[in-house]
Design a binder for this molecule. Structure first.
Ligand SMILES: O=C(O)CCC(=O)C(=O)O
Length: 286
Protein backbone atom coordinates (compact mmCIF):
# COMPACT_ATOMS: atom_id res chain seq x y z
CA UNK A 1 0.00 0.00 0.00
CA UNK A 2 2.87 2.34 0.87
CA UNK A 3 4.16 2.64 -2.68
CA UNK A 4 0.68 3.76 -3.77
CA UNK A 5 0.39 6.32 -0.97
CA UNK A 6 3.78 7.73 -2.00
CA UNK A 7 2.59 7.98 -5.60
CA UNK A 8 -0.56 9.79 -4.47
CA UNK A 9 1.43 12.30 -2.40
CA UNK A 10 4.10 12.87 -5.09
CA UNK A 11 1.98 12.95 -8.23
CA UNK A 12 -1.46 13.92 -6.90
CA UNK A 13 -3.06 10.69 -8.08
CA UNK A 14 -2.40 6.97 -8.22
CA UNK A 15 -4.08 4.10 -10.05
CA UNK A 16 -4.30 0.96 -7.94
CA UNK A 17 -4.99 -2.04 -10.17
CA UNK A 18 -7.43 -4.89 -9.52
CA UNK A 19 -8.88 -3.61 -6.23
CA UNK A 20 -12.48 -4.69 -6.82
CA UNK A 21 -13.06 -8.38 -7.38
CA UNK A 22 -15.36 -9.41 -10.22
CA UNK A 23 -18.46 -10.47 -8.25
CA UNK A 24 -18.45 -7.24 -6.21
CA UNK A 25 -17.93 -5.26 -9.38
CA UNK A 26 -20.99 -6.86 -10.96
CA UNK A 27 -23.16 -5.99 -7.95
CA UNK A 28 -21.96 -2.38 -7.76
CA UNK A 29 -22.24 -1.98 -11.50
CA UNK A 30 -25.86 -3.17 -11.46
CA UNK A 31 -26.59 -0.50 -8.82
CA UNK A 32 -25.03 2.21 -11.03
CA UNK A 33 -27.01 0.83 -14.01
CA UNK A 34 -30.21 1.32 -12.02
CA UNK A 35 -29.22 4.87 -11.03
CA UNK A 36 -28.28 5.73 -14.64
CA UNK A 37 -31.58 4.39 -15.96
CA UNK A 38 -33.57 6.40 -13.41
CA UNK A 39 -31.65 9.62 -14.13
CA UNK A 40 -31.70 9.23 -17.91
CA UNK A 41 -35.48 8.73 -17.76
CA UNK A 42 -36.14 11.85 -15.65
CA UNK A 43 -32.96 13.97 -15.49
CA UNK A 44 -34.83 16.98 -14.12
CA UNK A 45 -35.65 15.06 -10.93
CA UNK A 46 -32.01 14.69 -9.85
CA UNK A 47 -28.74 16.59 -9.51
CA UNK A 48 -27.85 15.50 -13.02
CA UNK A 49 -24.61 16.16 -14.94
CA UNK A 50 -25.23 17.02 -18.56
CA UNK A 51 -23.32 17.09 -21.81
CA UNK A 52 -26.41 18.58 -23.45
CA UNK A 53 -29.36 20.32 -21.92
CA UNK A 54 -31.93 22.13 -24.04
CA UNK A 55 -35.70 22.26 -23.78
CA UNK A 56 -35.96 19.62 -26.49
CA UNK A 57 -33.19 17.18 -25.57
CA UNK A 58 -30.74 16.16 -22.90
CA UNK A 59 -27.71 13.91 -22.66
CA UNK A 60 -26.09 13.03 -19.33
CA UNK A 61 -22.71 11.89 -17.96
CA UNK A 62 -23.64 11.21 -14.36
CA UNK A 63 -25.45 12.31 -11.25
CA UNK A 64 -24.35 13.95 -8.02
CA UNK A 65 -25.39 12.71 -4.58
CA UNK A 66 -26.24 9.04 -4.90
CA UNK A 67 -26.89 8.98 -1.14
CA UNK A 68 -29.95 11.20 -1.67
CA UNK A 69 -32.98 9.14 -0.59
CA UNK A 70 -34.42 9.15 -4.15
CA UNK A 71 -31.29 7.45 -5.53
CA UNK A 72 -29.91 5.65 -2.51
CA UNK A 73 -29.20 1.95 -2.92
CA UNK A 74 -27.75 0.03 0.07
CA UNK A 75 -25.18 -1.43 -2.35
CA UNK A 76 -23.44 1.97 -2.47
CA UNK A 77 -22.64 1.73 1.25
CA UNK A 78 -20.55 -1.41 0.58
CA UNK A 79 -17.82 0.78 -0.93
CA UNK A 80 -17.03 2.12 2.55
CA UNK A 81 -16.42 -1.38 3.90
CA UNK A 82 -14.24 -2.60 1.05
CA UNK A 83 -10.78 -3.30 2.50
CA UNK A 84 -8.91 -2.44 -0.71
CA UNK A 85 -10.62 0.93 -1.06
CA UNK A 86 -10.72 1.88 2.59
CA UNK A 87 -7.22 0.54 3.37
CA UNK A 88 -5.81 3.23 1.11
CA UNK A 89 -8.11 5.97 2.44
CA UNK A 90 -7.22 5.16 6.06
CA UNK A 91 -3.50 5.03 5.22
CA UNK A 92 -3.72 8.63 3.96
CA UNK A 93 -6.35 10.15 6.27
CA UNK A 94 -6.26 8.08 9.46
CA UNK A 95 -9.07 6.14 11.09
CA UNK A 96 -11.81 8.72 11.73
CA UNK A 97 -13.39 10.03 8.56
CA UNK A 98 -16.09 12.38 7.42
CA UNK A 99 -18.18 12.04 4.30
CA UNK A 100 -17.88 14.61 1.55
CA UNK A 101 -19.54 13.37 -1.65
CA UNK A 102 -20.55 10.28 -3.61
CA UNK A 103 -21.56 10.53 -7.26
CA UNK A 104 -22.05 8.12 -10.18
CA UNK A 105 -20.55 8.69 -13.63
CA UNK A 106 -21.47 7.08 -16.94
CA UNK A 107 -21.12 7.68 -20.66
CA UNK A 108 -23.34 10.10 -22.55
CA UNK A 109 -25.35 8.59 -25.41
CA UNK A 110 -24.86 11.11 -28.20
CA UNK A 111 -22.77 14.14 -27.13
CA UNK A 112 -19.11 13.51 -26.19
CA UNK A 113 -18.07 14.31 -22.62
CA UNK A 114 -15.50 17.13 -22.33
CA UNK A 115 -15.23 18.55 -18.81
CA UNK A 116 -12.96 21.59 -18.53
CA UNK A 117 -9.69 21.83 -16.56
CA UNK A 118 -10.30 22.63 -12.90
CA UNK A 119 -9.46 22.05 -9.27
CA UNK A 120 -12.51 21.04 -7.23
CA UNK A 121 -14.41 23.20 -4.77
CA UNK A 122 -13.47 26.23 -6.96
CA UNK A 123 -10.05 26.22 -5.24
CA UNK A 124 -8.02 27.08 -8.34
CA UNK A 125 -5.12 28.57 -6.38
CA UNK A 126 -4.82 25.91 -3.77
CA UNK A 127 -1.70 23.72 -3.59
CA UNK A 128 0.49 22.18 -0.96
CA UNK A 129 4.29 21.95 -1.59
CA UNK A 130 4.58 18.80 0.53
CA UNK A 131 1.76 17.06 -1.35
CA UNK A 132 -0.49 16.85 1.71
CA UNK A 133 -4.13 16.43 0.74
CA UNK A 134 -7.19 17.70 2.57
CA UNK A 135 -9.20 14.70 1.33
CA UNK A 136 -9.01 11.52 -0.73
CA UNK A 137 -11.15 11.53 -3.83
CA UNK A 138 -11.48 8.30 -5.77
CA UNK A 139 -12.96 6.79 -8.91
CA UNK A 140 -14.06 3.20 -8.45
CA UNK A 141 -13.94 1.96 -12.05
CA UNK A 142 -16.57 -0.69 -12.70
CA UNK A 143 -15.81 -0.70 -16.44
CA UNK A 144 -12.62 0.19 -18.31
CA UNK A 145 -12.28 3.95 -17.94
CA UNK A 146 -9.92 6.32 -19.83
CA UNK A 147 -11.80 9.48 -18.91
CA UNK A 148 -9.59 11.08 -16.26
CA UNK A 149 -6.83 13.52 -17.33
CA UNK A 150 -4.46 15.16 -14.88
CA UNK A 151 -1.33 17.27 -14.78
CA UNK A 152 0.88 15.23 -12.39
CA UNK A 153 2.39 17.27 -9.56
CA UNK A 154 0.14 20.29 -10.10
CA UNK A 155 -1.22 19.89 -6.53
CA UNK A 156 2.21 20.95 -5.18
CA UNK A 157 2.89 24.20 -7.03
CA UNK A 158 1.16 27.31 -8.38
CA UNK A 159 -0.42 26.94 -11.81
CA UNK A 160 1.63 27.92 -14.85
CA UNK A 161 0.25 30.74 -16.99
CA UNK A 162 -0.93 28.25 -19.57
CA UNK A 163 -2.71 26.13 -16.96
CA UNK A 164 -4.29 29.18 -15.38
CA UNK A 165 -5.54 30.36 -18.78
CA UNK A 166 -7.19 26.96 -19.32
CA UNK A 167 -8.73 26.90 -15.83
CA UNK A 168 -10.01 30.47 -16.05
CA UNK A 169 -11.39 30.14 -19.57
CA UNK A 170 -12.95 26.75 -18.71
CA UNK A 171 -10.78 25.26 -21.44
CA UNK A 172 -10.37 21.67 -22.59
CA UNK A 173 -7.12 22.19 -24.53
CA UNK A 174 -4.01 20.03 -24.32
CA UNK A 175 -1.64 20.96 -21.47
CA UNK A 176 2.10 20.21 -21.22
CA UNK A 177 2.67 17.07 -19.16
CA UNK A 178 -0.99 16.08 -19.00
CA UNK A 179 -1.60 12.41 -18.51
CA UNK A 180 -4.60 10.30 -19.48
CA UNK A 181 -5.16 7.68 -16.78
CA UNK A 182 -6.14 4.38 -18.39
CA UNK A 183 -8.02 2.31 -15.83
CA UNK A 184 -9.31 -1.23 -16.21
CA UNK A 185 -12.55 -2.44 -14.68
CA UNK A 186 -11.83 -3.12 -11.01
CA UNK A 187 -9.06 -0.53 -10.67
CA UNK A 188 -9.42 2.39 -8.28
CA UNK A 189 -8.00 5.81 -9.13
CA UNK A 190 -7.21 7.80 -5.99
CA UNK A 191 -6.74 11.51 -6.62
CA UNK A 192 -6.04 14.79 -4.91
CA UNK A 193 -8.63 17.14 -6.37
CA UNK A 194 -6.18 20.03 -6.05
CA UNK A 195 -4.21 18.47 -8.91
CA UNK A 196 -5.39 20.18 -12.10
CA UNK A 197 -7.68 17.70 -13.84
CA UNK A 198 -10.55 17.23 -16.23
CA UNK A 199 -12.69 14.45 -17.72
CA UNK A 200 -13.36 13.44 -21.30
CA UNK A 201 -14.95 10.49 -23.06
CA UNK A 202 -16.74 9.51 -26.23
CA UNK A 203 -20.49 9.15 -26.37
CA UNK A 204 -21.51 5.51 -26.42
CA UNK A 205 -18.24 4.17 -24.91
CA UNK A 206 -19.47 2.49 -21.78
CA UNK A 207 -18.48 3.93 -18.42
CA UNK A 208 -19.70 3.00 -14.94
CA UNK A 209 -17.71 4.70 -12.19
CA UNK A 210 -18.36 5.71 -8.61
CA UNK A 211 -16.79 9.07 -7.76
CA UNK A 212 -16.36 9.55 -4.02
CA UNK A 213 -14.64 12.00 -1.68
CA UNK A 214 -13.77 11.59 2.01
CA UNK A 215 -11.91 13.71 4.56
CA UNK A 216 -10.31 13.11 7.94
CA UNK A 217 -12.97 13.80 10.62
CA UNK A 218 -11.08 16.83 11.95
CA UNK A 219 -9.58 18.17 8.72
CA UNK A 220 -9.58 21.98 9.15
CA UNK A 221 -10.31 22.83 5.50
CA UNK A 222 -13.00 21.79 3.05
CA UNK A 223 -16.01 20.28 4.76
CA UNK A 224 -19.39 21.94 4.93
CA UNK A 225 -20.83 19.01 3.09
CA UNK A 226 -23.59 18.06 5.48
CA UNK A 227 -26.05 17.91 2.63
CA UNK A 228 -29.66 18.64 3.52
CA UNK A 229 -30.70 15.00 3.06
CA UNK A 230 -28.28 13.87 5.79
CA UNK A 231 -30.16 15.99 8.30
CA UNK A 232 -33.61 14.64 7.42
CA UNK A 233 -35.45 12.96 10.27
CA UNK A 234 -34.51 9.26 10.46
CA UNK A 235 -32.09 9.39 7.51
CA UNK A 236 -28.93 8.48 9.42
CA UNK A 237 -30.75 5.61 11.16
CA UNK A 238 -31.24 4.00 7.77
CA UNK A 239 -27.52 4.12 6.96
CA UNK A 240 -24.98 1.41 7.81
CA UNK A 241 -22.97 2.09 11.01
CA UNK A 242 -19.88 3.05 8.96
CA UNK A 243 -21.72 5.53 6.75
CA UNK A 244 -23.73 6.85 9.69
CA UNK A 245 -20.57 7.61 11.63
CA UNK A 246 -18.90 9.40 8.69
CA UNK A 247 -22.00 11.50 8.03
CA UNK A 248 -22.49 12.25 11.74
CA UNK A 249 -18.86 13.46 11.80
CA UNK A 250 -19.61 15.73 8.84
CA UNK A 251 -22.65 17.22 10.54
CA UNK A 252 -20.80 17.70 13.85
CA UNK A 253 -17.86 19.40 12.12
CA UNK A 254 -20.08 21.71 10.07
CA UNK A 255 -22.11 22.71 13.12
CA UNK A 256 -18.94 23.55 15.03
CA UNK A 257 -17.48 25.59 12.11
CA UNK A 258 -20.21 27.79 10.63
CA UNK A 259 -19.34 29.46 7.32
CA UNK A 260 -19.12 33.21 6.91
CA UNK A 261 -21.86 34.84 4.83
CA UNK A 262 -19.33 35.68 2.09
CA UNK A 263 -18.17 32.06 1.86
CA UNK A 264 -21.76 30.79 1.88
CA UNK A 265 -22.53 33.10 -1.05
CA UNK A 266 -19.34 32.05 -2.91
CA UNK A 267 -20.26 28.38 -2.54
CA UNK A 268 -23.84 29.02 -3.62
CA UNK A 269 -22.60 30.73 -6.79
CA UNK A 270 -20.15 27.88 -7.44
CA UNK A 271 -22.87 25.32 -7.00
CA UNK A 272 -25.22 27.18 -9.39
CA UNK A 273 -22.39 27.22 -11.95
CA UNK A 274 -21.86 23.49 -11.58
CA UNK A 275 -25.58 22.69 -11.81
CA UNK A 276 -25.96 24.75 -14.99
CA UNK A 277 -22.92 23.46 -16.83
CA UNK A 278 -22.80 21.33 -19.96
CA UNK A 279 -19.57 19.29 -20.16
CA UNK A 280 -19.08 19.21 -23.92
CA UNK A 281 -16.74 20.78 -26.45
CA UNK A 282 -17.78 24.42 -26.70
CA UNK A 283 -20.09 24.00 -23.70
CA UNK A 284 -20.36 26.49 -20.86
CA UNK A 285 -17.77 24.84 -18.59
CA UNK A 286 -17.99 24.48 -14.83
O1 LIG B 1 -14.75 12.23 -15.21
C1 LIG B 1 -13.99 12.27 -14.24
O2 LIG B 1 -13.45 11.26 -13.78
C2 LIG B 1 -13.65 13.60 -13.61
C3 LIG B 1 -14.82 14.19 -12.90
C4 LIG B 1 -14.49 15.51 -12.26
O3 LIG B 1 -13.41 16.03 -12.40
C5 LIG B 1 -15.49 16.19 -11.45
O4 LIG B 1 -16.59 15.67 -11.25
O5 LIG B 1 -15.18 17.31 -10.96
Amino acid sequence: MNQYVHGFVDEGFVLVPGVIEESTRATWRAAVDRAAAAVRAKPGDYDTRYTLRTEQETDTWGVSHIFEPSLYDPVFAEVFEHPGVMGFVHAVLGERLRFWTAHALWEPSTVDYELNWHKDNMETDRYSPDGRSTHVQFNVCLTDDDCFRVVPGSHKRPLTEEERAQAESKGTGTLPGEKVVRAKAGDVLFMNHHALHRGSGSAGVERRTLHVNLQAADEPTGGHTSWRFMRQEGYLDRMTPVVREMMANTIAWDDAHPLSLAETMRRRRASQGIKGHEARAGGNGR
